[in-house]
Design a binder for this molecule. Structure first.
Ligand code: CP
Length: 296
């Protein structure tokens, strides 16, 4: 059991295995629709989301919780109410857990520190997206059984990616090796100090990997020109059929979504046999149920 899910870095290997084990059981046996009966789960999303938001909603509803869909545009935050005041006021109504997405790193941790409810980080700035990493690990473990000895290549906009950070910690915690590849402006060499391999040539990086996780190019977080052009990015770091053909048989393709089709991923590769993208989304529901169940 955990009090909050704020980052993968704060979890032990035992915590991760416990959540993934619960998710396996939920997938096999189905959810107990009374597990969170009478409890209120509030989604506080200060950034857009399709998968994470809807998946937490389906997960919480499947456990019998009442889900409150707070909407930023129609809320008092447009009148200037702070995140903490919003959370304090909602907590006063009797909330079991907040699921928070926010553009600022550390925002969910701030709420967890000051409010007496469980908090789940649904993505905070460039910091972490722990539920995404857990569902990615779950999806790979379903295929491999064991992460030890596997190498996962994470391609693209690592600099702005909370998915990349959470996956680095989660995959390493479970025994996999992580390699990053992308433009030098978007893949900090500093990640070598965290045990990751860093390279900038995608054709080289594809050698001897067991899964390729392609990241979305986060145009909304780029204040300056960090890539020469979209066309050049696609040519040098986009996954297309030619690059897929360089992979050894059975190498899985993943993407957290949403996909910039034709930029980091060519449309044709999204139809391939080793593409796990929709399996990641499907597994997101049981993994998020396991997360909600794990909260003390
Ligand atoms: N993977 C992910 O976080 O997708 P959304 O932004 O749609 O939630």
């Amino acid at each position: 059991m955990i009090p909050h899910l704020l980052s993968i870095r704060e979890l032990s290997q035992g915590d991760v295995l416990d959540i993934l084990g619960r998710a396996s059981k939920l997938k096999r046996e189905g959810a107990q629709c009374t597990a969170l009966a009478g409890k209120v789960v509030v989604k506080l999303f200060y950034e857009p989301s399709t998968r994470t938001s809807c998946s937490f909603e389906v997960a919480a509803a499947g456990l019998g919780a009442h889900v409150l869909n707070w909407n930023i545009a129609s809320s008092s935050s447009v009148k200037g109410e702070t995140l903490l005041d919003t959370a304090r006021n909602l907590a006063a109504m009797g909330v079991f857990a907040f699921v928070i997405r926010h553009p600022n790193a550390g925002a969910p941790a701030l709420v967890a520190k000051h409010i007496g409810c469980a908090v789940v980080n649904a993505g905070d700035g460039r910091h972490e997206h722990p539920s995404q990493a857990l569902l990615d690990a779950f999806t790979l473990l379903e295929k491999w059984g064991d992460m030890r000895g596997r190498r996962v290549l994470i391609v693209g906009d690592v600099l702005h990616s909370r998915v990349a950070r959470s996956n680095l910690y989660c995959l390493q915690l479970l025994g996999a090796k992580v390699r990053f590849c992308g433009p030098p402006t978007l893949v900090p060499k500093a990640f070598e100090a965290f045990g990751a391999e860093v390279c900038f040539d995608l054709d080289e990086a594809l050698k001897e990997v067991d899964a390729v996780m392609v990241l979305r190019l986060q145009k909304e977080r780029q204040q300056e020109a960090l890539i020469p052009s979209a066309q050049e990015y696609q040519r040098r770091w986009g996954m297309d059929l030619r690059r897929m053909s360089q992979l050894k048989e059975g190498t899985f393709l993943m993407h957290p979504g949403p996909v910039n089709r034709g930029l980091e991923l060519a449309s044709e590769v999204m139809e391939g046999p080793f593409n796990l993208i929709l399996e990641q989304v499907a597994n997101g529901v049981v993994v998020r149920q396991a997360i909600l169940e794990s909260l003390q």
